[in-house]
Design a protein around this ligand. Structure first.
Ligand code: UT7
Length: 335
């Protein structure tokens, strides 16, 4: 039995910065409201023809592979988490296999929204633990901006989300006191429609309906979020799943060197920080600069934290996520 460790990290965000003031020119919103409710100052939006979910994932992956000190031939498997794939099908995993020029390794797509990266890490960890694979490329990447309702009607959602990508290489670790100590995953589908994009799908609103109706006023084409309900569930589930991970490893909150929460809302991160009595140095947030990038938020934040020297060998690093599904999860890492 082996452990897996994060051997390389990378991120990529589009160059196009969209500030709160930029948004206030196209919808009824303002910098004060957005910062007060979410902490967000700006986010990135792709420019058509320049970046896609896959191309950003590839750029982040190239950095992660280089830092992991492995070559592309060493990658045994690809896991790609996104809710915003380039194509309805096939998923972006195979596009990464092609665009990075990897061997004909397996490529898996994960559909767990804000928890996508945590789910993907958990899957990679299992494959490495059993000895089946040695190096797995895990990517979280999202393009939200091209599918948001950028009118007054959509302001409660569209000011929050941003585009970007992060990637990690997970590699075999022989020392089982190090690396990923545990992962815990949960779901509660009862609340599936509280944060969802319903159409087009193969369920309620078929692709053929959408084409036949050609009705731009139909709100089901846009993401829907019951913000306050999601917020209330998020703070409870984040706390539960962090505690679950710590307890499974006989660890205390005081053992945490760095918590990297999914960047859903700065107020959620601050609530968790206060609840666990963590200092500013123990929690990494960057939602101010990128908004909520869903499956990309943890790998972008983790990479930034690592680049800033906030993670040292031997540190206890905790990742936690909550989002659409609802799904939530945590990862406990001894770096
Ligand atoms: O990553 C996945 C998980 N997602 C989350 O965890 C998100 C959780 N939820 C939230 O972060 C918050 O609920 C939001 C930031 C989305 C919204 O904050 P809120 O404090 O719950 O505001 P609200 O939706 O209750 O809206 C309050 C007021 C409303 O006006 P009235 O009815 O009081 O007159 C909204 O119409 O704010 C208005 N409003 C806005 N005003 C200016 C909503 N969006 C905006 C906006 N700019 N962008």
């Amino acid at each position: 039995m082996y452990h897996s460790k994060i051997s390389g990290l990378g991120y990529y965000v589009p160059e196009n910065v969209v500030t709160n003031d930029d948004l206030s020119k196209i919808m009824d919103t303002n910098d004060e409201w957005i910062q007060e409710r979410t902490g967000i100052k700006e986010r990135r939006h792709v420019i058509r023809g320049e970046d896609t979910t896959t191309s950003m994932g590839v750029k982040a992956a190239e950095i992660a592979i280089q830092r992991a000190n492995v070559s592309k031939e060493d990658i045994d498997f690809v896991i790609f988490a996104t809710l915003s794939p380039d194509y309805y099908f096939p998923g972006p995993g195979v596009l990464v296999q092609r665009d990075l020029g990897l061997k004909t390794v397996g490529a898996l797509d994960v559909r767990n929204q804000c928890s996508g990266f945590v789910y993907a890490i958990s899957i990679a960890d299992q494959y490495i633990k059993t000895g089946m694979y040695k190096n797995i490329l895990v990517i979280g990447s999202e393009v939200h901006s091209t599918g948001l309702d950028m009118t007054d009607r959509g302001r409660g959602v569209s000011v929050i989300f941003g585009d970007g990508a992060g990637a990690a290489v997970l590699s075999r670790e022989e020392d089982v006191t190090k690396g990923i100590l545990s992962t815990h995953l949960h779901s509660e589908g009862q609340h599936a429609e509280e944060l969802a994009l319903i159409a087009p799908g193969m369920g309620k609103r078929w692709i053929t309906d959408v084409i036949a109706d050609n009705d731009p006023s139909d709100e089901s084409y846009y993401p829907y979020m019951n913000g306050q309900f999601v917020f209330k569930n998020a703070v409870v589930r984040f706390s539960e799943v962090i505690n679950e991970g710590l307890q499974a490893n006989n660890l205390e909150v005081s053992d945490i060197n760095l918590l990297v929460p999914h960047q859903a809302n700065l107020r959620i991160s601050q609530f968790i920080q206060q609840k666990f009595k963590l200092t500013d140095d123990q929690v990494y947030n960057n939602i101010m600069n990128y908004g909520n990038t869903t499956a990309a938020s943890i790998p972008i934040a983790l990479t930034e934290a690592w680049e800033k020297g906030k993670i040292k060998s031997g540190d206890l690093v905790v990742l936690a996520a909550f989002g659409s599904g609802f799904t939530w999860g945590s990862v406990i890492i001894r770096w």
